[in-house]
Design a binder for this molecule. Structure first.
Ligand SMILES: [Zn+2]
Length: 462
């Protein structure tokens, strides 16, 4: 879900990336992180790249033109100044595009933008008639319009849950909020973009018609499987399938998701497929249906060292020999702790010698436990669902602990197991889920075979 105020910028995006050879995906500047950094170093590129997969949707038809200077941090500042704007005009309301970050809530985003809490609550309540704010995901964008007052008043809020569907709430003169939803009639097309890697994967993808933001996230996904510096050779090829939405005039409304991608590396072909499970979660798999993400993070925090391994040892506080049921990671108080895998919180509470502890139940009868925490993240409570990598709290030294560290346990089928030997096996689709995955692969392969020399084909919406 991406939106931006006005103006088609797909062409400039490609042009800009061609203009900046330093951002090219070549052996000299190889990683997606480098691209992101390089882009960040050039704010105009970053802003454009961020907005690249956007749809051609105007923010609010009746919104007044934005003087470029009043819209910092948004793509609006890239737009040419309105020549007809009177220099001494009343300050105009300003539009800002807020990007959802990991762990963000709509409420938090709005308050960080300076919106009054009661206003934010009222707007969100109104929005919820058409859109569930909890459905926001990192990278999603929200456009807001604020009055030019010293204490800016929220006037309007807009989200685009999918290309062509826009939900907008706006403040009425009486202070009440009104929500409306616009659905543009649209047709879904399956697009095939193919090319040879020549001077870098990223420019090759964008030349083949893959939106820049989509190319970047795809490179990130493929990075699970490919060491680009070592594996990628000139002449290697790629093919990407993705959704494109067009309105009834055939104009592009926007792009959906990547469906699959394949890379041919010196004759070896590697495929990745996006699959939405019947429970509604979307993930990436190889063509056999094995998850590209490790089932469990090797370490549920960054930059920590193992200060005590799994097994029998003398307990540092109790002083006698006993089994160490987990792994200790030494890290400063406050270091964020991540959920090691998708799951549901069993409990987040003080638990004797464990101090503040979070327990998460995962698929396959596995439970992970995180002890001695200094605090829990907001919203971390029993029955709450978490995804791998969500921050659940921070390192501390609560309970029976000699210093700040994370005591991490993995319990499988009721028995403590060594967490470091529990990370490797990738989750694999099975049963009905695998059948659905394979059926969709067959359907798409048939459609692609029928494309012939065409690049895209109309599909039934799904
Ligand atoms: Zn321990």
């Amino acid at each position: 879900m991406r939106l931006r105020p006005a103006i088609a910028i797909v062409t400039p995006v490609i042009a800009l990336f061609t203009l900046y050879p330093a951002i090219r995906f070549s052996p000299d500047t190889p990683s997606p992180a480098d691209i992101a950094e390089a882009a960040a170093a050039k704010p105009e590129v970053a802003a454009i790249a961020d907005a690249a997969p956007a749809v051609s949707l105007t923010l609010a038809p009746e919104a007044p033109p934005e003087p470029a200077a009043t819209a910092p941090e948004t793509v609006a500042e890239l737009l040419p100044a309105q020549p007809e704007a009177a220099p001494e005009a009343e300050p105009e309301p300003q539009t800002r595009v807020l990007t959802v970050d990991r762990g963000d809530t709509l409420m938090r985003l709005l308050s960080s933008a300076g919106v009054d809490a009661a206003d934010a609550h009222a707007a969100i309540a109104s929005l919820s008639e058409h859109f569930r704010p909890a459905a926001l995901r990192p990278g999603d964008e929200i456009a807001i319009r604020l009055s030019a007052d010293e204490t800016p008043l929220l006037l309007e809020l807009e989200v685009e849950p999918e290309p062509g569907r826009t939900v907008r709430v706006h403040r009425q003169p009486d202070g009440n909020w009104l929500a409306d939803q616009t659905i543009a009639p649209r047709t879904r097309f399956l697009v095939r973009a193919e090319g040879l890697v020549d001077g870098g994967l990223f420019p090759a993808m964008t030349r083949a018609g893959v939106p820049a933001g989509m190319a970047l996230s795809l490179i990130r996904i493929l990075g699970h499987q490919v060491d680009f510096q070592r594996d990628l050779q000139p002449g290697d090829g790629f093919a990407i399938l993705f959704d494109r939405f067009r309105d009834s005039d055939g104009d592009v409304l926007g792009h959906g998701q990547v469906i699959s991608a394949s890379l041919t590396l010196s004759g070896r072909t590697l495929e990745v497929w996006r699959h939405k499970s019947r429970s509604g979660t979307t993930d990436w798999y190889d063509h056999e249906g094995r998850s590209l993400r490790r089932s469990f993070l090797r370490t549920p925090l960054d930059g920590a060292r193992i200060s005590s391994g799994f097994g029998r040892r003398s307990h540092p506080v109790l002083g006698f020999n006993r089994m160490h049921q987990g792994i200790d990671f030494a890290a400063p108080t406050g270091t964020p702790i991540y959920a090691a895998a998708d799951g549901t919180i069993v409990s987040a509470k003080r638990d004797g010698g464990y101090g503040l502890m979070v327990r998460i139940r995962h698929a396959g009868g596995v439970e992970t436990r995180y002890a001695h925490m200094s605090r829990f993240s907001r919203g971390i409570a029993a029955n709450r669902r978490v995804r791998q990598g969500d921050v659940i709290g921070a390192v501390g030294s609560t309970g029976l602990s000699t210093g700040p560290h994370l005591h991490y346990e993995v319990v499988a089928a009721g028995r403590h197991v060594n967490p470091s030997s529990h990370v490797q096996q990738p989750a694999r689709l099975a049963g009905a889920e695998l059948n659905a995955f394979r059926a969709r692969q067959r359907t798409l392969n048939r459609v692609v075979a029928g494309l012939g020399t065409r690049q895209e084909i109309a599909m039934a919406s799904d």
